[in-house]
Design a protein around this ligand. Structure first.
Ligand SMILES: [Zn+2]
Length: 376
């Protein structure tokens, strides 16, 4: 397979771009990919999203009643952390069948695999339903790049199915939970600590709010596969000094949602429970994603992956959120799978690596999935 050497070389090349987010600086990496795709016959568009930052959309074929298949991935990476690495995080070093580097699993190997697959198949795609690649910046900070892309009408084009190549060790996941993070603030009136009757204590207001949050139950039914959403108060800050009546308290709320829930509805419910004295501010708003495991295309991807996994995939969901939260509704909710060669447990870890064998297998599988969709 010529693709084996190509996908490894491309992934190594992508690892050498420092796209740590913040600040991201994904544009150089996006342009490198875009140049390769353009040479292979893709129509390539860059969508800037900040200084030195860009999303990339590449399409081939697509003049067809059947919409293209979309492969998506992000090229930003998380910071290295404080612990020292035993490998250079930007060198693309290989050792005993593993490729090391920040982003090797999450998710430059996934991007490398679908770009290599898309280039290999390009000569056969021109008069088919086509392939559309959506390569985003800023995913690690709440899908910023993908949401930015949606502000340009028509930028993402059409898609009839979506593969999100986040790390799943080549296991196709049918969805993931949503994340909804809120900052709740109470505001009081400060006064000297010896005369509390002259002030309004924001910490007392905040404490009441925390008690209500502890007792809060979602009114929506649990999802058949993903269960019920969760709510956790992760932080509580109030007061500046011991001898004053505090005039502000802040509560950090981490809500994880399932497909029976909509974030706007949860916000309304929380506002009703917390009352008008608690101000809510959204920090992160990424809805859940779910596709019917019995969908024909989902089953066809299960067929493709079965020999690689040695077992028939079952309907499972990922623990993290992805750009599909932005893209799936924008494309009109086509079936969507999270499927990529990275190791999920290596994401964001020190000495992050991916398994070379899985990267090569994923490239072959992506070619098969594209070929099946495009009947090429
Ligand atoms: Zn990721």
């Amino acid at each position: 397979m010529p693709e084996a050497a190509e996908v490894i070389a491309l992934t190594q090349r992508l690892l050498r771009f420092d796209t740590i987010n913040p600040p991201g600086q994904e544009e150089a990496c996006a342009r490198h990919i875009g140049t390769l795709l353009e040479a292979a016959g893709y129509r390539v568009r860059y969508h800037p999203c900040g200084e030195g930052r860009a999303n990339l959309i590449a399409t081939i074929g697509g003049q067809h009643e059947r919409a293209p298949i979309c492969f998506t991935g992000h090229i930003d990476i998380v910071p290295l952390g404080v612990a020292a690495w035993s490998k250079d995080p930007f060198a693309g070093e290989t050792d005993q069948g593993r490729l090391y580097g920040r982003g090797s699993s999450d998710m430059k190997s996934g991007v490398g695999a679908f770009v290599t697959a898309a280039i290999a198949l390009a000569p056969h795609l021109e008069r088919t339903a086509g392939v559309s690649l959506v390569i985003t910046a800023g995913e690690e900070t709440g899908c910023m790049g993908a949401f930015e892309l949606l502000k340009t009408p028509g930028a993402i084009g059409r898609a009839g199915a979506i593969v999100v190549a986040e790390p799943t060790a080549n296991y196709p996941y049918v969805g993931h939970r949503g994340a909804y993070w809120l900052n709740a603030t109470t505001t009081g009136v400060t006064a000297h600590g010896s005369m509390p009757e002259r002030g309004i204590n924001a910490v007392y207001q905040g404490a009441h709010a925390v008690t209500r949050l502890e007792q809060f139950r979602f009114s929506t039914p649990p999802h058949a596969m993903m269960g019920q959403g969760t709510l956790n108060v992760g932080t509580f800050h109030g007061g500046l000094n011991i001898n004053s009546v505090p005039d502000q308290a802040r509560i950090g709320i981490d809500i994880r949602t399932v497909p029976t829930q909509k974030h706007a509805h949860i916000r309304d419910e929380l506002c009703a429970v917390l009352g008008p004295d608690v101000h809510l501010e959204t920090l992160l708003d990424v809805e859940s994603v779910y596709s019917d495991p019995d969908d024909e295309w989902v089953q066809s991807v299960f067929d493709v992956m079965q020999p690689y996994l040695g077992t028939r995939p079952e309907a499972r969901t990922a623990t993290y959120f992805t750009d599909a939260a932005a893209l799936k509704p924008a494309y009109g909710n086509p079936p969507t799978l999270i499927l990529g060669p990275g190791e999920p447990q290596m994401a964001h870890q020190t000495d992050e690596y991916c398994e070379l064998e899985r990267v090569v297998q994923s490239t072959d599988a992506f070619i098969e999935i594209m070929r099946h969709w495009c009947k090429a």
